[in-house]
Design a protein around this ligand. Structure first.
Ligand SMILES: [Zn+2]
Length: 371
């Protein structure tokens, strides 16, 4: 009886003073993450996890979700729920995510049991110590979105409703930005946040200066004929087909029209061998995969006609020192697609499907780059 009492007393003291020790493998780095008790269960504060695990967390107060990004993967928790989602499955921690004032708390079992389960190579828990692999972070963290045209340059103009391409591009890019920030935890920068003119050169320079990991240019297509329709995604290379060449000429026209004519054009052509060779050859394979991932999701999710992944020589993609693509959402010259492109729900669907494509690419890319 007496022994039991002492044991319980000792147990209580130990529990109230416990902490999870985290060691970063191959370094002398150690972290002590203090535990607190909520309803008799051990919890750790999300605030303490960031520096210890080298993970990013993002709280979404409105829908009471907590996103945790760790080793290139995303965990989604819901306040008050013991379930979280990871990849395509749900897992049960048996104790709910709790919130106390402005701070979220995760049951300690997530660290000691769940993380080692999901990351056999990267995390292990033994005798009160969680050891994790030193994360070398090459993952996609900064994405530049480039809504094509803007300001004095309207881009293509719809035949039926006179919808301007620049407005469609911006609307879809802004919706995509929200999704990327909220659900993927990446930093998103826009080459233009509103209706203004930005030269093609300044767009890639902006991406380079901000050390972007991906460059996504968003456009809508146009033809002299009303029948062409569908979506296509380009990556930089010398244009292959005559169709691709036509789109290339259309998107590059801004240089002649708004950036000082033939002399400006030669400035970009001069970049050909110096910059595009240096920058894009290295990323050709990644750009191709990125384009395929986006195109597949776009077509599946929007039921748009599939014009495929193509290569072309876009000025706006030249000189971008990162995987880069240019998406043509649809044809403003086709009256049916023009009506879709200006529709808020359809724009949201475009943004969602491009997001899914980027997410899938990021997961694969991060894993390759981080192992
Ligand atoms: Zn365009």
């Amino acid at each position: 009886m007496r022994t039991t009492f002492i044991t319980i007393l000792l147990l209580l003291i130990t529990i109230s003073l416990t902490a999870v020790n985290i060691e970063i493998r191959g370094t002398s780095e150690k972290h002590n993450v203090p535990e607190i008790q909520i309803d008799g269960i051990n919890y750790i504060s999300i605030k303490d996890l960031g520096p210890a695990l080298k993970c990013i967390s993002k709280q979404e107060r409105l829908d009471q979700r907590l996103y945790l990004h760790f080793f290139g993967e995303t965990f989604i928790f819901l306040e008050g729920s013991s379930y979280y989602s990871y990849k395509i499955d749900s897992y049960n921690m048996h104790f709910p995510l709790q919130r106390k004032e402005a701070n979220y708390y995760l049951p300690t079992v997530f660290l000691t049991e769940h993380l080692p389960l999901h990351f056999e190579q990267e995390a292990g828990y033994k005798r009160g110590v969680l050891s994790i692999k030193q994360p070398v972070d090459h993952s996609v963290q900064v994405i530049v979105l480039d809504p094509g045209h803007g300001g004095k340059d309207p881009g293509a103009v719809g035949k039926a409703l006179k919808i301007k391409e620049k407005d469609v591009n911006l609307a879809v890019a802004l919706k995509l930005k929200t999704l990327l920030e909220k659900e993927l935890g990446v930093k998103v920068l826009m080459t233009r946040p509103d209706d203004r003119f930005v030269s093609l050169q300044d767009r890639t320079r902006f991406a380079n200066e901000n050390k972007a990991n991906l460059f996504i240019s968003i456009h809508a297509n146009s033809s002299t004929n009303i029948s062409p329709r569908g979506a296509e995604t380009y990556y930089l290379a010398t244009a292959m087909t005559s169709d691709a060449r036509a789109v290339e000429a259309l998107e590059n026209k801004v240089v002649e029209l708004y950036e000082g004519g033939a002399s400006a054009r030669s400035k970009y052509d001069g970049l050909d061998f110096i910059l595009s060779d240096l920058s894009q050859t290295e990323h050709l394979q990644s750009s191709n995969e990125l384009a395929s991932s986006v195109q597949q999701n776009l077509i599946a999710g929007c039921q748009a006609y599939d014009r495929g992944v193509k290569q072309a020589n876009f000025y706006v993609l030249k000189g971008a020192f990162m995987p880069s693509i240019l998406i043509e959402l649809g044809f403003l010259s086709n009256p049916d697609e023009e009506r879709l492109l200006v529709n808020d729900d359809y724009q949201q669907r475009l943004a969602r499907t491009i997001f899914e494509g980027l997410k899938r690419f990021k997961y694969r890319y991060d894993r390759i780059r981080n192992t």
